[in-house]
Design a protein around this ligand. Structure first.
Ligand code: ATP
Length: 290
């Protein structure tokens, strides 16, 4: 087991942000899903040793997070949710700087790593431009790059794909897939598709609690027998929205067609549907499970 979290509790003053978290994370890509305010960033900050916690035990590749923080940091690459870079640097200069800080002292080795990482995040063409001229997506990709520099065994990425266009998201996934063979990578995202197509294991966290952990495809099973497609006249749109957990809706002629989660079979023009990972996620966080 690469990462073991036992009985982790974190409070900000009187507010309990993480409640008795127990997670086991192996080599590979691990997805952390949860709505806004669930506690994902709090957990990631704790794992990256920058935030203290009150209760529990965390072990990273056999090192205790608290008493062996220095050893853990040597294994770590971290992209925080809000990542600011010195804007006067060029992308290439910045990555050389990060590589030096991470102890890559051999110049040739540093060059190799920086160029490979720039390629991975598709920033070769912009590498000699000052960061202040980068777009939001380019800055995010540079953020991912700095987390990968130094070849850390344990990589924590807090919303790495936020602001990336679809082709860059696909590129990101391919790089993660390559790294997942011999790294432990935890990534948080709101984009279920990112998790579905690349993470073998996932945890769903909501209001500071882990509500699901396991194989990603098993998350879909949580919506077994509770996922429906319901067609209603357009006039009933608001009523349905209030009554059910809605996954999506579309217009078909004069009908509104809803994909919903409901324990009871709804009345009317309805049919059961094969649940997706997104259905499972919504079923878990709304606690409407089969
Ligand atoms: N420094 C802080 N002081 C007090 N409360 C905090 C602090 N940081 C976070 N919180 C609270 O802890 C809870 C979890 O926040 P966290 O940022 O970990 O959620 P998240 O899952 O990352 O959310 P998002 O998806 O919106 O980024 C929220 O209710 C948040 O308001």
């Amino acid at each position: 087991m690469s990462i073991k979290i036992e009985g982790l509790q974190k409070s900000y003053r009187s507010f309990q942000a993480l409640k008795n978290i127990n997670l086991q994370i192996e080599t590979g890509l691990f997805g952390l899903l949860g709505p806004n305010g669930a506690g994902k960033s709090t957990l990631m900050k704790i794992l990256s040793t920058i935030l203290p916690f009150q209760e529990g035990k965390v072990s990273i590749y056999g090192h205790d997070l608290v008493s062996e923080g220095d050893k853990v940091r040597q294994l770590l690459g971290y992209l925080p949710q809000h990542f600011n870079v010195p804007s006067q640097f060029t992308g290439r200069e910045f990555l050389h700087y990060v590589a030096s800080l991470k102890g890559v002292s051999n110049l040739q080795e540093r060059k190799n790593q920086v160029e490979k990482t720039l390629e991975d995040v598709n920033l070769i063409e912009q590498a000699n431009k000052k960061i202040k001229g980068y777009s939001g997506g380019m800055k995010r990709r540079l953020g991912v790059a700095q987390a990968l520099i130094g070849n850390p065994k344990f990589i924590i990425l807090d919303e790495p794909t936020a602001g990336l266009d679809p082709s860059e998201r696909i590129r990101f996934r391919n790089v993660m897939e390559r790294l997942s063979k011999d790294h432990s990578i935890i990534l948080s995202t709101h984009i279920i598709n990112d998790i579905e197509s690349s993470c073998k294991n996932v945890a769903v966290i909501h209001r500071g609690e882990v509500l699901f952990q396991g194989f990603t495809e098993l998350l879909a099973d949580k919506a077994k027998n509770v996922a429906w497609e319901l067609s209603v006249p357009f006039s009933q749109y608001d009523k349905i929205e209030k009554e059910y957990v809605i996954i999506s809706s579309r217009k078909e002629k004069d009908q509104a067609v809803f994909r919903i989660i409901s324990k009871e079979q709804p009345q009317g023009n309805v049919r059961p549907v094969q649940p997706t990972v997104e259905d499972g996620y919504m079923a878990v966080i709304s606690r409407v499970m089969s």
